[in-house]
Design a protein around this ligand. Structure first.
Ligand code: TYM
Length: 318
């Protein structure tokens, strides 16, 4: 079997939530630890975030914050390459090449575009082109596996289509086809109101939440009084406790929503506490974080630029 190459990314748009963590970021750490001999690339997708974050100060802060988040959950720069998308200009260059072989109707079928279109009268070109840049992110590294949440599945499928289209148009075997890795049970983590957890729905529990923030979020979980089990509480609880453990707790406290919420607060705090602590330690030395990103940029560029040379040869510009 050929070597595993794992790549994923997160947009620096503010604090990640436990949906990002259980849906994708935890898998990145688990894969890193499980596959010592795989190549691993974890990215801060700042150019994707630029569609939303258009303030110099916010972009700089959120980028540094996300680097801290990655490191605090266990991404180890000795084992994985942690880098910023904008540091590797091959991504946007390849995105241009892909633009030329992709049709507008095809991009118009993307869920994210359709959602944006339903909400916005005027969509920027960057939002429209989002899947193309993401295909470039993935294909530049000969990625075989992309750990993501369910909402990114279509984007990985787009990457596969674009890889195939390129290979056909230029009659080469330039790209292999990457696979998404979507963990069962956490494909779509639900938020405090039962909808998909998402910053835009205002229903999140931040990954590095303080005890007070956890309490506030959990107490705000929407419950209906129709059954013994508050479904929205249970669905978050099952991220951190097994069904067997939960059965005992929920059987013992049928209909006692307050106790169940308090148990969830305790369990979330126990899970988050060591992450918070590690993040606070790392935060003391931001120079070191910047050095890790600079080093990651060099490693990512070495791989991406070599691939871009092959691509440029295959399209006839070199
Ligand atoms: P972003 O920053 O929106 O989300 C980061 C990851 O979190 C997952 N996620 C969820 N998973 C389960 N339940 C939820 N409620 C939930 N909310 C978010 C997302 O699926 C994602 O995996 N386009 C990507 C960033 C990106 C990327 C890439 C990813 C850019 N280039 C290349 C992989 C490979 C995104 O929007 O992430």
């Amino acid at each position: 079997m050929s070597k595993k190459i794992i790549l994923s990314g997160v947009k620096p748009t503010g604090r990640p939530h436990i949906g990002n963590y259980f849906g994708a970021m935890k898998q990145m750490v688990d894969l890193q630890n499980q596959f010592a001999d795989a190549e691993k690339f974890f990215m801060i997708a700042d150019y994707h975030a630029l569609n939303l974050i258009q303030s110099k100060e916010e972009m700089a802060q959120f980028t540094l914050d996300l680097a801290l988040d990655y490191l605090a959950i266990g991404i180890d720069p000795k084992q994985s390459t942690l880098f910023k998308q904008s540091d590797v200009s091959a991504h946007t260059e390849l995105a241009w090449i892909f633009n030329t072989i992709t049709t507008m109707p095809y991009l118009m079928r993307a869920h994210a575009f359709k959602d944006a279109e339903a909400k916005n009268k005027e969509i920027n070109v960057g939002t429209f082109d989002y899947p193309i840049l993401m295909a470039a992110d993935i294909l530049l590294y000969d990625t075989t596996l992309v750990p993501v949440g369910q909402d990114q599945k279509q984007h990985v499928e787009y990457s596969r289509d674009i890889a195939q289209k390129f290979n056909n148009v230029f009659n080469t075997e330039t790209f292999n086809l990457p696979e998404p890795l979507i963990m069962k049970g956490v494909e779509i983590v639900s938020g405090t109101n039962g909808q998909k957890m998402s910053k835009s729905y205002n229903n999140t529990i931040p990954l590095f939440a303080t005890r007070e923030e956890i309490t506030k979020a959990v107490m705000g979980i929407v419950t209906d009084s129709s059954g013994d089990v508050p479904v929205n509480v249970y669905n978050i609880h099952k991220l951190i406790k097994s069904e067997t453990e939960l059965k005992e707790i929920y059987d013992k406290n049928k209909g006692k929503y307050k106790i169940l919420k308090e148990t969830l607060i305790e369990d979330l705090d126990t899970m988050i506490k060591p992450l918070r602590k590690r993040r606070a330690e790392l935060e003391k030395n931001t120079e070191e974080i910047k050095a890790i990103l600079a080093d990651g940029a060099i490693k990512a560029k070495t791989k991406a630029n070599a691939k871009l040379l092959t691509i440029k040869k295959n399209i006839g510009v070199l």
